[in-house]
Design a binder for this molecule. Structure first.
Ligand code: 26W
Length: 817
């Protein structure tokens, strides 16, 4: 309950907003119009806090973290915002009185899908935690005109549709033209010697104006409102028709195009680097604007730029914002007049880098030609950083040219962003314990050996405010009823639930809530997929980006295997199971898209087979995104976390499922390791090779899946069904590529790169255990409650406190209203 919240005023504001904005009375308003009116009314409520928060930061002269990220996967704002101002009940009542249903109104809002998957959603959870904990923080990113594409499934295939998320405007954002900044691309560098010093002057460049839009990030119940600042691009000078000559005209057109294209669209690739010039432009665009602004702001209050790191820390969310390093150097050298050593000291005390993946395809390496053409002055600086770094390597390892080859920032015609990030950051962190160990001992071994003090782990977390309080209100109320509401801002309190885990009545209550949530999801599936699913069946869910290493393919092959068993033995004793998938594939990732088609083809056959009595169902949920994720987690019984061990840096959906009482079926990978450590191995279903085994095989050239294919008749049968038209009668060859990827070394450099066949039996065994375990209702309910009660570690509040303690060194700020 929010004591300061005045229902009558709020109601009046909503009614007035509808009038002013749409010239309608409230009873004539469409749900979309009501959404707009309510969102503006909420902005009214928080605007004073937003101003007060920034005044307080100024007054305290507080150190600030700038979380620099190409992606912020915020999802919808309205529901989350009214929860964080603790006025959900009141707003719901106001809407009831006006004749509207809050849930319907919330559904009018498009997701802010300015991210692909885990990395972008982590950034959003971090912002929520930073505000709730009261830490001075900015998120800095790009205001993409089109976010993550909307996924349509047509004839079983993924079709990408543009996400025109701004078409009705964005009620929460505020344009801040007073902070607009010029960003320069291309041209050449002229060196001019003035007063015995070389000046570097970029000439013949093209530029765009970066214009910031601010979005409020509301802390939970604490008056703190932080800012997510996303940059839009505008042409620098509109046509000046009086004075143009041919050259100017040409340039004006080009600059206009540059501004338009730069922020046009989010690259929908997850874990795959494509080397596109426009992407490097996007990176430099938002980084240059953010860093320039941070420096300017610092200088408003402070004399000596050499103490910059006392007040500012830049957290680089993966390598995507790595140009922060040479851009800060450029400003310090060329504009502030520091010496190289002074500038380097500032930069290396200000920048910290987070690594989110070991997938080698994801490593950003820019061709020198492209990099130096687009960013000529920045490239000069990178060359000098590289020259000095190589000197450092050589003095540490005299005569060891191998080391230089392996570690140089510029090598083989390419600029290696990860190496620059490591060389110039004072902190390098992985995102789960296992991941950090693999970085130290395998991927980044050479760097770890040379500078071990930089490396540290920060196991990811998620915000319980969105993924339990907002996404699962029935369970949230039940938890609060049992143990009070401290868990909302201090998740480890949820441990107190453990004493109820073995209580029969509590088990019944808990399972009934799960059942209600399954009905809610079943309704969604019926509306969106036209498929009937039985809420009494086990909801077995895998939702995440589609990628070979995440092994959705292994999941669907196992479904095929189960189906074969049911066909052979129609009386087979099995708990009805609904396999639920949700996943977007990168638009150019053929095999991933084909896997989606396979899932849908298998679903078609199985869901329409009357002979199996609905004991097996397969559902592919279209357009998986933050808003429907909340419904999905709440309804899940089984959480599929089945990546090839060593490949998933952390995973965060695993934590969201756990928080909602699903049991993990997974490999010992990423944060699964720590989940199992918290809840106990007996409350999860663990299978498959260890990361050590996987790495050992990889270092020895893989394994031979043919042996398995030849000796395991069930697996062989499933694979043959990929190429005999069993699930694609009109086109028996359709899934040939998938078949080849598993068996044929010619189709990829190794057959079955992700050890699907190798892990298959152990995976099937784990599924059998799930089937047996679910029959013991008391055990299942107990385990589900224990999962909830042991998820305290996985709040992003804990993660943020660790970043603050070890890396950022911020102080909490109180905002009194
Ligand atoms: C350059 C293309 C590209 C795009 C995105 C390369 C790499 C990425 C991201 C690093 C991919 C990503 O989202 N990684 C995920 O980050 C999560 C948050 O730390 C982890 O939980 C996931 O395990 C990791 O896959």
């Amino acid at each position: 309950m929010n004591k300061g919240f005045d229902k009558a005023t709020f109601k009046r504001t909503v009614v007035d907003n509808v009038k002013n904005m749409f010239r309608r009375t409230i009873d004539e308003a469409t749900p979309q119009q009501v959404f707009q009116a309510v969102a503006y009314a909420v902005k009214d409520v928080i605007i004073d806090e937003w101003i007060a928060t920034h005044k307080e930061y100024e007054k305290k002269d507080a150190k600030t973290v700038y979380y620099l990220s190409m992606e912020f996967l915020m999802g919808r704002a309205l529901g989350n915002n009214i929860i964080n101002i603790c006025a959900r009940e009141e707003v719901k009542e106001v809407l009831d009185e006006l004749g509207f249903d809050l849930n319907v109104i919330e559904d009018q809002e498009p997701d802010a899908a300015l991210g692909n998957g885990g990395l972008g959603r982590l950034a959003a959870c971090f912002l929520d935690s930073l505000a709730t904990l009261g830490y001075p923080a900015y998120g800095c990113g790009i205001r993409y005109r089109y976010g993550m594409f909307k996924q349509k499934i047509e004839n079983g295939f993924q079709v990408e549709v543009p996400d025109d998320w701004l078409k009705d405007g964005n009620p929460f954002e505020i344009r801040r033209p007073e902070y607009a900044t010029e960003v320069k691309f291309g041209g050449y560098v002229r060196i001019e010697n003035r007063d015995g010093r070389n000046r570097f002057i970029q000439e013949g460049y093209q530029s765009v104006m970066a214009v910031p839009y601010d979005l409020p990030v509301i802390g939970y119940g604490n008056n703190v409102v932080n800012t997510l600042r996303i940059w839009d691009a505008q042409p620098i000078n509109t046509f000046n028709l009086d004075s143009f000559d041919r050259g100017d005209y040409q340039k004006a057109v080009e600059q206009e195009n540059l501004a338009k294209t730069i922020v046009e669209v989010l690259y929908p690739n997850d874990n795959h680097y494509a080397g596109k010039e426009l992407r490097l432009k996007q990176q430099y665009f938002f980084i240059s604007a953010s860093v320039q602004r941070a420096v300017k702001k610092y200088k408003e209050k402070h004399e000596d730029i050499r103490n910059f790191s006392d007040k500012v820390v830049f957290q680089l969310n993966d390598t995507h914002p790595t140009v922060t390093i040479p851009e800060l150097m450029r400003i310090l050298l060329d504009e502030e007049g520091l010496t190289w050593d002074e500038a380097w000291a500032v930069t290396t005390r200000t920048c910290a880098y987070t690594n989110h993946t070991i997938m080698s395809e994801a490593l950003e390496k820019w061709p020198i030609e492209l990099f130096s053409r687009l960013l000529p002055r920045i490239y000069q600086i990178v060359e000098e950083i590289n020259r000095r770094f190589i000197e450092q390597i050589q003095s540490r390892y005299p005569g060891n040219y191998e080391k230089v080859k392996k570690m140089a920032i510029i090598y083989d015609g390419q600029v290696k962003m990860a190496y620059m990030a490591i060389a110039a950051s004072f902190s390098v962190n992985g995102v789960a314990r296992l991941h950090t160990e693999i970085l130290k001992n395998e991927e980044l071994k050479d760097f770890y050996q040379m500078m071990p003090e930089k490396f540290n782990n920060k196991t990811n977390g998620i915000t319980q405010r969105r993924f339990l309080l907002h996404g699962n209100p029935l369970l949230a109320d039940w938890v609060t009823d049992k143990i009070g509401d401290e868990w909302i801002t201090d998740l480890p309190h949820i441990e107190k639930l453990a004493i109820y885990a073995s209580d029969y009545k509590c088990q019944q209550e808990f399972m009934n809530i799960k059942y209600q949530n399954k009905i809610r999801l079943a309704k969604y599936i019926k509306e969106h997929n036209g498929v009937d699913v039985d809420p009494r069946s086990i909801f077995d869910v895998q939702v995440k980006r589609l990628h070979e290493y995440k092994r959705q393919l292994m999941n669907i092959l196992h479904v095929m295997y189960l189906y074969n068993q049911l066909k052979d033995n129609p009386n087979m004793d099995m708990v009805p199971r609904t396999f639920i998938f949700g996943a977007k594939a990168a638009a150019g990732y053929k095999r991933a898209k084909l896997t989606i088609k396979l899932i849908n083809s298998v679903a078609d056959v199985i869901n329409n087979d009357k002979t199996i009595n609905g004991r097996l169902k397969v559902v592919f949920i279209e357009d998986y995104r933050v808003s429907n994720a909340e419904l999905i987690f709440a309804a899940a019984d089984v959480s599929e976390q089945i990546s090839t061990a060593s490949k998933e840096a952390s995973g965060t959906s695993n934590m969201k499922f756990m928080l909602n009482g699903a049991l993990t079926l997974g490999t010992m990978d990423g944060a699964n390791v720590e989940i199992v450590e918290e809840v106990g191995a007996d409350r999860a279903f663990i299978f498959g090779m260890s990361s050590d085994e996987v790495i050992r095989y990889e270092n020895n050239g893989g394994y031979n899946p043919m042996e398995i294919f030849n000796n395991d008749q069930d697996i062989r049968r499933v694979l043959m069904q990929l190429i005999n038209g069993y699930f694609s009668p009109q086109d028996p060859e359709l899934f040939r590529d998938i078949y080849n990827s598993l068996l044929n070394t010619k189709s990829s450099d190794r057959a079955d790169t992700y050890f699907i066949l190798k892990d298959f039996r152990s995976y099937a065994e784990a599924h059998k255990k799930v089937d047996r375990a679910y029959r013991d209702e008391a055990w299942w309910a107990e385990s589900a409650i224990l999962n909830v009660s042991h998820c305290g570690k996985f709040t992003s509040d804990r993660t943020i406190e660790e970043y603050v303690r070890d890396i950022w060194h911020l102080s909490k700020v109180q905002v009194e209203m």
